[in-house]
Design a protein. Structure first.
Length: 242
């Protein structure tokens, strides 16, 4: 197991974001609680990454911003050797406990920033994911750079976040947080949303070829997510490292 990383000198972190996720950490594995949308989304994004990687079995995977381990644990169940990193202690403790209870040995959780980990483990991972996390840090391009550094040449990197549009504001904040209460009020800050062209530009500047940008669409009536064209709310970017 890798040594616990020292979180000192971390600058690309918003303490209010860490505190926010720590405060609701106990709800990570409550499928009807605050993280219900992630549980609903998980099969869709796992299937997408399975498709683009020809299966994660026996792949070495890093999940940046792993939270309570919903996504990382599923990849481990599919046979990947998974490391999840995050800076929220309570969320990491929940992830570790759930993996132990589920008897999943091929996943570990470490407190570290993406930048710290990139300094320690460049070119290490077959697959690097950073999902629903970029909109929660002060300098998202720094995380993008670190994610790409961590990936092996020829490996695959996935990012997902929210587009900065009126539609995303209305759906992700007004509808999801204020009206439908799908996610806790204050989960998102519109000023931190990222336009796809900007994210693609960052990614290609730091050494990947962006292969695809697709929308992640939610139907509140069926409570189902689908991957399809249209990147003006939630979107995924799939990259291959040069």
């Amino acid at each position: 197991m890798k040594p616990e990383q020292n979180p000192q000198n971390v600058t690309n972190v918003d303490d209010s974001e860490i505190n926010k996720f720590n405060s609701i950490a106990a709800a990570w594995w409550d499928k009807e609680g605050d993280f219900k949308p992630l549980h609903l989304l998980n099969p869709t994004r796992v299937a997408y990454i399975q498709e683009k990687t020809n299966g994660v079995d026996q792949q070495v995977v890093l999940d940046i911003g792993c939270g309570g381990g919903i996504f990382a644990e599923q990849l481990a169940k599919l046979g990947a050797d998974v490391t999840g990193i995050d800076l929220a202690d309570d969320s990491l403790n929940v992830a570790r406990l759930h993996a132990m209870e589920s008897k999943i040995a091929n996943v570990e959780y470490i407190k570290a920033s993406a930048e710290q980990f990139a300094n320690e483990y460049p070119d290490k991972y077959d697959i690097v994911t950073c999902l629903e996390m970029l909109e929660h840090v002060p300098d998202p391009e720094s995380v993008v750079r670190a994610a790409i550094t961590l990936c092996k040449p020829g490996g695959k990197v996935f990012f997902s976040t929210l587009d900065k549009t009126l539609k995303s504001y209305l759906l992700a904040i007004i509808a999801a947080e204020k009206l439908l209460k799908i996610v806790p009020d204050g989960t998102h800050d519109f000023d931190k949303f990222i336009k796809p062209a900007q994210l693609i530009g960052w990614a290609e500047r730091h050494g990947v070829k962006v292969k695809e940008a697709v929308g992640v669409h939610f139907n509140p009536f069926t409570e189902q997510f689908k991957i399809k064209p249209g990147v003006d709310v939630n979107y995924l970017i799939y990259c291959e490292k040069l």
